[in-house]
Design a protein around this ligand. Structure first.
Ligand SMILES: Cc1cc2nc3c(=O)[nH]c(=O)nc-3n(C[C@H](O)[C@H](O)[C@H](O)COP(=O)(O)OP(=O)(O)OC[C@H]3O[C@@H](n4cnc5c(N)ncnc54)[C@H](O)[C@@H]3O)c2cc1C
Length: 475
């Protein structure tokens, strides 16, 4: 299998370019390859699989058993993917970072210190989601990480903390508690920040969610497993803080009117996931505010087609639905592209996609319940003044409030006033918090306030890489 990019002098034109080798992107690639379409796929990770199936190809069976059935389930699509690569139908480039995409389907991709400009008839964005930042006092201390980072260390390097507190809300909190305990990590406490939701709204959504019963059973199993373990669980927690001098030492919080302080080596924070929209936005795809999921999502039709005619968006970047739904959205988008490239007929498209679309609707049925049960409380979206919001440029919530009171009207102006969002993470860690603070301060909705404009380079690249793009004959 080739892992090198085409030489710069070769004209880099493709029918279909897929960005992201997670469940969504791989499903698009496998579907297109099945109907004889050559595709190229770029992924910044060193192995295919994305977040859920991270490192599955190399992980020993012991780790695979520990991570559970949902993890092992990825083997099937990864094997198919490898077969198509071997047959030359899929060109897959790992460690290839896409840093640019425009509405004319020009793609900037950097790999091994060089950057290339590529064109494609069709582009599929399958870049997945990111964790919603959880800005609390002390979250920037060494020893505090996101929960997802903890899971990435486990999957990619079998690195485990000695002792940890897991804090926040969302299904991943309970999943990692389960995986860590099975791996022998001392989980000092689970600190659940979700607030009880009104019984009537939960019941309505619970009824709808029954069609996706496997998620309910899995969630219940994970929670009961924690409940009947020796791990203390604190619920409806407020005033959460990471405490330490140069390093994280303990976590403090309030629960049922009592104050708690728990020591541990690490604190892992999590409050759900949100689509990673930078590439889609930079390419001019329309986005909109999704109230129930408390995040921005791209506007796509049932085939994953965005407002830009040649760009499809699949998987969690098109809206948070989970890995199974990501694979199904990838399959339907792949079939539609096969139709557009005249590999299948309209009748075939309808017939072949029917089951995937039906099955995806079933998986989607759990989402309204999860949105209600794990809704992030305002206090964790709109933190107190002293909390650092932008960790790259060290801008506090108080500074954002201050400039808003002085007349700053939105996140892009806040960027210019404070450098907030201008660091290496490109606003990934502060964007959602800045929007919320300004919306609350101005008494407007986040949809009104807007968000940072995404500009290339979407991922940090060196000046040398940038220069190499423009010295290639393609440019
Ligand atoms: C940290 C984290 C951990 C998670 N763990 C679990 C779990 O254990 N179980 C579970 O059910 N769900 C988990 N999820 C949710 C899960 O990620 C999704 O439901 C599922 O993986 C969605 O598949 P996807 O293909 O849409 O995206 P992903 O699987 O996230 O794949 C996206 C791919 O795009 C690549 N990419 C992103 N940007 C670029 C770029 N600019 N250039 C090149 N490549 C790029 C990434 O490297 C990645 O491989 C997790 C989410 C996160 C954020």
């Amino acid at each position: 299998m080739s892992t090198d990019l085409p030489e710069p002098e070769v004209k880099a034109h493709y029918d279909v370019v897929i960005i992201g080798a997670g469940a969504g992107g791989i499903s698009v690639a496998n579907t297109l390859a099945e109907y004889g379409v050559n595709v190229v796929m770029f992924d910044e990770s060193s192995r295919p699989g994305g977040q859920i199936y991270r490192n599955l190809e190399t992980n020993a069976s012991k780790l695979t058993r520990l991570l559970g059935r949902d993890y092992a389930a990825g083997k099937k699509i990864l094997t198919t993917f490898r077969n198509f690569i071997d047959k030359g139908l899929i060109e897959y480039y790992p460690k290839a970072k896409v840093w640019y995409l425009n509405s004319d389907n020009e793609i900037g991709v950097s790999k091994s210190g060089l950057s290339y400009k590529i064109r494609a008839k069709k582009v599929v964005i399958a870049t997945g989601c990111q964790e919603r930042p959880m800005p609390i006092s002390g979250w920037h201390l060494p020893g505090v990480m996101s929960l997802g980072a903890g899971q990435i260390l486990l999957k990619s390097a079998s690195i485990l903390p000695k002792s940890t507190v897991l804090a926040g809300a969302g299904p991943l909190l309970w999943l990692l508690a389960y995986q860590y305990r099975r791996a022998g990590v001392k989980v000092e406490a689970i600190v659940d920040t979700a607030m009880p939701s009104p019984w009537w709204s939960t019941s309505i959504h619970l009824l709808k969610a029954l069609v996706a019963g496997e998620y309910l059973f899995k969630g219940l199993y994970l929670m009961l497993n924690a409940r009947f373990s020796d791990v203390p669980i604190h619920r409806s927690v407020t005033h959460l803080k990471a405490v330490g001098n140069q390093q994280f030492e303990s976590v403090s919080f309030k629960c049922n009117g009592e104050h708690y302080q728990i020591r541990a080596d690490t604190l892992l924070l999590h409050q759900g996931v949100i689509p990673g929209l930078h590439i889609a936005e930079a390419a001019g795809c329309r986005i909109q505010w999704h109230g129930p999921q408390q995040c921005w999502v791209p506007v796509v039709d049932k085939w994953g087609k965005s407002s830009q005619n040649h760009i499809s968006i699949v998987g969690d970047v098109s809206g948070i639905e989970g890995a199974k739904s990501a694979a199904l959205s990838g399959k339907t988008a792949g079939l539609r592209l096969a139709r557009e490239l005249r590999k299948i007929s309209g009748v075939q498209l309808g017939r072949l996609s029917f089951l995937s679309r039906l099955s995806r609707r079933r998986h989607q049925a759990i989402r309204p319940l999860l949105n209600v049960v794990f809704r992030v409380p305002v206090t964790y979206l709109n933190p107190p003044d002293e909390v650092v919001v932008c960790r790259c440029e060290e801008v506090t919530a108080g500074t954002i409030r201050g400039i808003t009171k002085q007349g700053c009207m939105g996140p892009n102006q806040a960027k210019a006033f404070t450098r907030c969002g201008m660091g290496p993470c490109q606003g990934r860690m502060c964007s959602s918090t800045v929007e919320q603070i300004m919306a609350h301060e101005l008494n407007r909705s986040v949809a009104d306030i807007g968000r940072y404009r995404a500009r290339p380079p979407i991922k940090p690249i060196t000046l040398g890489e940038l220069a190499s793009t423009f010295s290639s004959p393609e440019s």
